[in-house]
Every structure is written in C-alpha cells, then in structure tokens.
Ligand binder design. Sequence first.
Ligand code: BGC
Length: 698
Amino acid sequence: MTLEEKLGQLQQLDGEGNGNFRPEHLDLIRKGLLGSTLNVRGAQRTNQVQRVAITESRLKIPVLFGFDVIHGYRTIFPIPLGEASSFDPSLAERSAAVAAQEANNVGLRWTFAPMVDIARDPRWGRITEGAGEDPFLGAAFARARVRGFQGDDYGAPDKVLACAKHWVAYGAAEGGRDYNTTDVSENTLREIYFPPFKAAVDAGVGTLMSSFNAINGVPASANTFTLTKVLRDEWKFDGFVVSDYTAVKELINHGVAGNEEEAATASLNAGVDMEMVSRSFNQFGPKLLQEKKITHATIDEAVRRILRIKFRLGLFDRPYTDEPREANALLRPESIRLAREVAGRSMVLLKNDRETLPLNKTLGSIAVIGPLADDRRAPLGWWAGDGKDENTVTPLTGIKAKVSPQTRVLYAKGCEVKGDSTDGFQQAIDIAKTSDVAVVFVGELAEMVGEAASRSSLDLPGKQMDLVQAIHATGKPTIVVLVNGRPLSIGWIVNNSPAILESWMGGTESGNAIADILFGDVNPGAKLPVSFPRTVGQIPIYYNHMNTGRPPDAGNRYNSKYFDLPWTPLFPFGFGLSYTTFKISNLQLSAPRIGVNGKVTVSVEVENTGRRAGDEVVQLYIRDPVASMTRPVKELKGFQRVSLQPGEKRRVEFVLGPEHLGFWNREMRYVVEPGEFRVMVGASSAETTEAKFDVTAN
Ligand code: BGC
C-alpha cells in the first residue's frame, strides 16, 4: 500500500443526509483515499459506492458502512435506558439482533452501538442511550448488546460489527452539559466507568469510539492512558478505535493542540486508528512522518487493525448487499412482536394505590389526555435509526384496540409538551369529567433527550404539570403515564396521582405495550436502572455512593444532608412495582467465611404472595464496611428476573467471588481485602434483607 492508501483506510467521512453518499467521495474511493463512511445506507446506494471500491480502485479494499443503530433500525425498540429497566439482558440481546438483521440488509456493516456510558446525571441528555447509573448492570447490558449485534461472528449474515462508545467517562460531563470536561479519579474510572467497556471487549466487540470529553485534563481522543495503556496493554483489545465526530480536530478547542497537525499527532500517537469526519490524519500524515512526529509503525498498526476487521467481517469476500432482500427485511411480524414484548418488559410501575391499575377492558369510558397520548415521534426517542413515525403505535391507538367495543374512548391533547398555552385545558377537563377514568400522557419530546439535549431542570416541560393538576382537580381517578428519556422530578404527581407508569420512550410498539400494561394483559416487572431525584438540586444522586464521616441523620443538624429537602431520592435505583406482591426471605450463605480467592453462594427465597402471575427482579448488593479505602454503601453484584405464578415460591442463587468482592486500591491494584462483608438482597436498592460473611487472608 502507498502511504496515501494507508491513510485512506484511516478516514471516515459523512454522507450527504437521508442516507445518500456525497458524489465527491466516489472519487476519493477510486483513489483509495476513503476507507469508511457514516450515514450512507440502503442496499442499492451502498452497493453503488462499493462497486467503485471493488472495481475501480487499485487495491479493491471494500468500504465499511457505519450508522447509529442504537435501539433498532426500522423496528424501533425502547430507548436503551428503558431496555435496561427490564433487568433482562437477554431481551437486549434479542432486540440488538433484530436491529443488526435490519441494518445488515440495508447495506450497513457497522453500528456505533452499544453506548455503554455510565450516567449519574439525568441532566445529561445522553443518559437515554445507556443502561443507567450502575456498572454491574451496565456491563451485563453491554455484553448482551454486543452479542446481539455481532453474534459469534460479525461477518455472519444478518450481523453487524459493534462499537462500544464513548471511551470514556463521557457521562461524567460536568453540570450534565453535553461535551463538557470531566474530572474522575482513576479509581472511579476503573470501578464505575470502565466495567461496561471491559465487558464489551471481553464479549468480542470489534471497535470502540473515543469520546469528545477531556478526562482529568487530557481529551479522550488523545488519551494515551485510556487508549493504549488500558485498552491495548491491559485488556489486549485487537480491534480498532474510531474517533467521535470531528473529535480529532476538536483537540484544538480543548487546547492541547495548536493546529490540525498537532491534533493528528496527539490522536494517532495516543491510539486513535480511524478519524471520523475531520481529515487531519489524511492531510498531515505525510508531513508528520517526514518530521518524525509520528512513525510508519503507528500508521501501519492502525491500518492493520482496520483491515483485520474488514477481513473478519468478510467484506473482501462479500462486499455487496443482496438488494432484493432489503424489502422483506424490515418490520417483520416477529420483529414487531418482539418490540412489543421488550417494551412491555421495560416499563416501570412507579405507583399503584388501591389497585387503580389494571383497568377493566369493559369500562364505560376513558379519557385519554395529554400531548404525548397520540404522538408518533416521542416514543421513538433519540437515535431512532430509520424509524418512521407512521409505524408508531401511539397510546391512543393501543388503548382503542384494547378496550371493549362498548367502551367510549375520548381524546384531548390538553397542551403541547413545550410552550405556555393552556387553551386546550378546558376540552381535556370536559372529557375527564364525563369519563370513568383519565389517563394523562406527559413527558418529553425526542429532541429533548439524546445528544446536545442537556436540561437544567428535570420538571415536566411547558404546561404539562398544570395539565395533570387540572385533570386531577376534576376528582376523576387520574393515572399518569410518563413518556420520557431521563428521570424527571415529579414529586407532585407522586404525592397526588393514584397510579404512575414510567413508559420511557418505548419504540414502535410503545402504544400497544402501554395498553397491555394498563389493562393487565402484561404485569409490569421492570425496575429503575437510575435513581430519580426529587429535584435537580440533588444531582448527583446515585445509590452506590460512598459513606461520609457524618452519614445523614434527620435528628442531627451537622450531618450530610440538605436543609430544605430529604437526602433520599424520589425513587431509588432498582425500584418498581407489580400488580402482584412478592416476599423475599430466608437469605442463606453457603459458608460463613471464604478465602480471598474463594466463592460463596448466596441464596434467597422469593414468593409470589399476590393473586396474579408476575415478575420480581431479585437484586443482590454487597458492602465492604471496613477497607483500606472508603467503599460504596451498596454495590449491585447480582440480579435475576424471575416469573412466578400466584403462590409459587423459588430459591434464587447468586455466586460471589473475587471479581465481585475486590476494588482498586491506593496503589491501583485490584484487591480483595480480608474482613467482614455484608450481603443485601431485595426488591430494590432500598428494600433489602441482610447477612454477613468473612473473607480471610487465605
Ligand atoms: C455522537 C456519536 C455518534 C456519531 C456518529 C456523534 O455526534 O457523539 O455517538 O456515533 O456522532 O453519528
């Protein structure tokens, strides 16, 4: 390969919009100067581009087509934060497999997913794209999604290459403001932000994306510690790293490069292999080699990593996509069925006083109210692939399809999600007054979550809270369904509404899944993968925090708490209700003590004590109460979602070993320290029963 051809493989450029390629890119490809594109899609279009690479370029190296297929391509599944609420990684594996199948058939071979950033700050809009605040849950979902996208072999039909992003600590953006800088200790990196990436690497993920943010003063796209020391030397990752969109050039704004030459030098030498959209590697590579700022070995290694993946993908053998297959690949009935199942298993019942829910399908009349009751876009969320509004089942449609023919379904929008108008209130109040029950759909628009969608308030936007209050004031039972992409501060609703369902942004089948739950065909069993703050002022609030020297105590002023607010969240991590009840009891350990390398089996009985079949997510937490460093008050180390018939009882087992009990100490070594450990098992991070065991030095 000539130097230009090598640098060409390190370049990824964006399409023109709507899946089209840029005509000038064909010329670059012909000359061997472009190895990958993003956003170009469609079997015919990608084939057209590929034909130029295969038949007109000297080396015939195929182009790698990437796209953000985050929670579905055309069949849209719940936002990843919603899927994580299922506490069922096998579901995410299945939904990612459908996404891969659809994407592959439209010519894509690479998805920029899974997004595995831990997020402890719901102001940050991209919390919607990940699995929430916990590294153990995040790792489980990272593994599952990588398996779903890639299978055992990402070169197989219907599979795509995955990309774990954004490496790393992007979710720690200060103030929750997207792209902002981060300051995270190495211990916290290793214990909180790294684990989902490590899980993705161990699951065989082929690529990683370096993030936009700076970490402790060094931008992630020029960070030798994360890109080379951890990723290559410690974890032995042999895939390639693509920068985020123009992140290489942005090193100038970060202030670690004076110009694009310096940006390319810093990024290449730190370990970025492919540059997305900016072109510093290509433009300045030859000059930097001449000046010995970078070496041929560095370039060769990056090229080798990229070509190795292209070979593993089978791109050289099968560069084209079968065009006739595309039409039948999307929105298959089994994909739609799965979307409905996943959505139903991802929605969290937050409150249900006096069995307000489920509703009776033969009820006389129901008022369906709110700006998100019949909205087709919001349920698709951010990064909705090529999801189409016209395929979305809205809650109104889902409810109409569910109730008896005699039931009157009345609808009023009430207000918009944004804006100050209350003109629609009266109509909404009127239909509520003439109905047996009102269901109000409020929350966020898709554009309010995701990238560049940080919020400084977590209240319901616009006049939506006033709408809920106005409907509540009619005296009719008022159920609130939230359609949103992040935790919201909804204290008034929690105190006043009899029933609340967190539906997240549930995807194409959202409306059907909501109706399944509202009318009892599906018994909700999901749990929150992130704490809900009472107000934005509590942030950061996460369950696995460290203790203080003065733990909160209501009776004592000089303790760690707020003057004007309880210190606890509105809803804790792991919380979620069901239409039935469960009892978790009889916690047992297989041994009272183990050695530092030993294992202990923890088991507990879970019983469905109610009258309906349902699911409980049994959660296991540990605490190392005395260690050489402060340890979290609780850390999730196991979870199992179990389905039980009424009266059914089952023993659930977890095995704890050194991979669960250790931590990164002051010398930055992973150690299990002898001493007492506490085990807590329960239905949320705030309701647990406890046992203890000892770890001995050998
Ligand atoms: C986002 C990435 C995404 C990329 C390509 C960037 O702005 O941060 O998550 O993969 O664009 O669309």
